[in-house]
Design a protein around this ligand. Sequence first.
Ligand code: IPM
Ligand code: MG
Length: 347
Amino acid sequence: MATRRIVTLPGDGIGPEVMRPAEVVLAALGDFAFDERMIGGVSIDAHGIALTDEVLEACRRSEAVLLAAVGGPRWDTTDPAAPRPEQGLLGLRKGLELFANLRPVRPSPALIDASPLRPERIAGTDLLVVRELTGGIYFGDSGRRATADGEGEEAWDTCLYSTPEIERIAEVAFRFARRKVTSVDKANVLESSRLWRKTVERVAAGYPEMPLEHLLVDNAAMQLVARPSDFDVIVTENLFGDILSDEAAMITGSIGLLPSASVGAGGPGLFEPVHGSAPDIAGSGRANPLAMFGSVAMMLRYGLDMEPEAARLESAIDGALEAGLRTPDLGGGAGTEEATRAILERL
Ligand code: IPM
Ligand code: MG
């Protein structure tokens, strides 16, 4: 089979420490060529911006993009003019038109006790957050200015959604749904949510056999911990999806386990762990690489059409956890290297 061309973006903090193992694992599964590029803080230091046109172009020409993490206290700023690492991620999502972010939450049976929720609550949980990723308040008009009385400042962010943007994400949700679709909005307050709800209902009419329910986002936050196993596909707008997917991640016991895929209109997809750059543990060798490996599996499945390899990697991850592998975020002592070895042995 031809060599598959991957752009790797290690980024900041623990990013490079989990990207290296990802390349090792991929090399054990097939023939891959890695084109490593800069994003986030490292790119700001080198080029003054978090994502250069050249890197975006390299991503466009690749078959898939694997990203580790961006950001860190070094680049934290409240100055609106200063570059921020997160702009690299947002630029990549927009530049590659990755409007659908898929975040599966399926607690490994071996880790049922690692969850802050009681085992009987989470047993059977297998849900997918489908988060809209290129619209809403993340990309709407925003600004800051002096108040009219000149006494202080005011700032605004706008949440705008068009019908086609809502339709295409709702379509993704229905295509992935197995039992039902839960659409999350704030239709009791927000106009954009009322358009969201109406549009999702219209899309649902094309899937008469698939149940659709609506939840207000505050209630959804509550139900997610009260009865997580009731959910199948949760579809929601960008900001709500950002918040609910972190909450859902914790059901598994650690955000260090959660992979994600961002896909769009047919170009290369972006695959990345949900966790951040964890600057507090960077360089200590303690980073959990399993979310990264899970993201590699999603890349194999959704980005490269390599389902058998994806399944092999996922069962190696489950097998290692069942055999007792525990990284520090799960209360154990296994470092990045030991965790990587445990997976490689099972491939
Ligand atoms: C995520 C992250 C990003 C987001 C940040 C880093 C910009 O929290 O992927 O969930 O808010 O989308
Ligand atoms: Mg987030």
